[in-house]
Design a protein around this ligand. Structure first.
Ligand SMILES: [Zn+2]
Length: 324
């Protein structure tokens, strides 16, 4: 996708987000009004206040009368809002309960900030970069399969080609035997550009070719799903559920996602734990070493990732193929 295609897709996503924001607000208003019908009446009165006052002002003769009406409208609005807050508090609800809650208060989920000429909000820029990054890492993914595996692309020196041949053998055996592979999980580690993503995509292609179900995600996308689940943006949790339930889940680039408090480590642990309990298969590719995995995610997560009883580890090293 080109940058402008990403922008259009993202703007569409933001438009949907605003609809979700408003639907959520409607639901909160309905809930509060059900518990206290006076809240609905006060809101309706507020809505009518400005329009009704303006209509009445049109038929007033003097500026003084109009100013007086405007003043009364203002005071009535203030009184109504105070009464609304009092009634919300009585229900144990926060005073902003009935306001729209935006994912990004800066741009109110429009993606734009500032007056004309408006510019993209920081949240929009960040999402755009993530999309483009993901696109780049997914480009050409469909050509990545064992059948097109070209070992000659890997330099012979320092045993790099030999290591890759061995790794390929393990991965292909895993994909062919799934779900009865010797190890339930695979961990592909090593620096950038040595072929981890390629192997992961080969496994995915083979398993899918065999008519079996697999889900492939980048860590960035996976944690975005978790974040959405955490803040309630994924009604029903279907996206997160699909990560938990996939018979084979392939996670690329673990360690490149943002570290989000209460989300990254907690949700990763939940994911790995639930998948282990259900004996589902997981393949992880990461630039992080075992020590770095432990430092980043802590003992509970790293021990799941590195569990020798169920996880085959493949360590790739050597030159970055993209710079050769
Ligand atoms: Zn924003």
């Amino acid at each position: 996708m080109t940058r402008s295609e990403h922008i259009r897709a993202l703007l569409e996503e933001y438009a949907q987000q605003r609809m979700i924001d408003e639907a959520d607000q409607d639901a909160r208003v309905a809930e509060a009004s059900r518990r206290d019908p006076e809240i609905a009446r006060l809101r309706a009165e507020n809505a009518e206040l400005a329009l009704g006052t303006m209509r009445r002002m049109l038929s007033m003769d003097t500026a003084e009368a109009r100013a007086d009406a405007a003043q009364r409208m203002k005071q009535r609005g203030i009184a109504n809002n105070a009464e609304l807050r009092r009634r919300l508090a009585a229900l144990g609800l926060p005073e902003d309960y009935l306001a729209v809650r935006y994912r990004c208060p800066e741009c109110r989920d429009t993606g734009y900030v500032g007056d004309a000429p408006a510019r993209f909000c920081a949240c929009f820029e960040a999402r755009l970069r993530a999309r483009q990054h993901e696109d780049g890492s997914m480009a050409g993914v469909d050509e990545q399969c064992f059948e097109r595996f070209d070992l000659s692309r890997f330099p012979e020196q320092d045993g790099q080609r030999e290591r890759m041949a061995a790794a390929r053998k393990v991965c292909e055996a895993y994909a062919d035997a799934f779900p009865d592979a010797r190890y339930r999980n695979l961990l592909l580690t090593g620096p950038s550009g040595v072929g981890k993503t390629f192997l992961l995509n080969c496994i995915y292609a083979r398993v899918v070719d065999r008519g079996l179900s697999a889900v492939r995600v980048t860590a960035f996308r996976m944690f975005e799903t978790m974040r959405r689940q955490h803040v309630g943006e994924d009604p029903g949790g279907a996206d997160f559920r699909s990560l938990l339930d996939a018979p084979l889940l392939l996670i690329d680039d673990l360690g490149t996602e943002p570290m989000m408090r209460n989300i990254t480590v907690e949700y990763l642990f939940t994911l790995l734990n639930e998948r282990a309990a259900a004996r589902r298969h997981t393949v992880v590719a990461t630039n992080l070493s075992p020590v770095q995995l432990q430092e980043r995610y802590g003992e509970r997560v790293s021990s799941r990732l590195l569990d020798r009883a169920v996880c085959g580890a493949i360590l790739l090293k050597g030159k970055d193929l993209r710079t050769l």
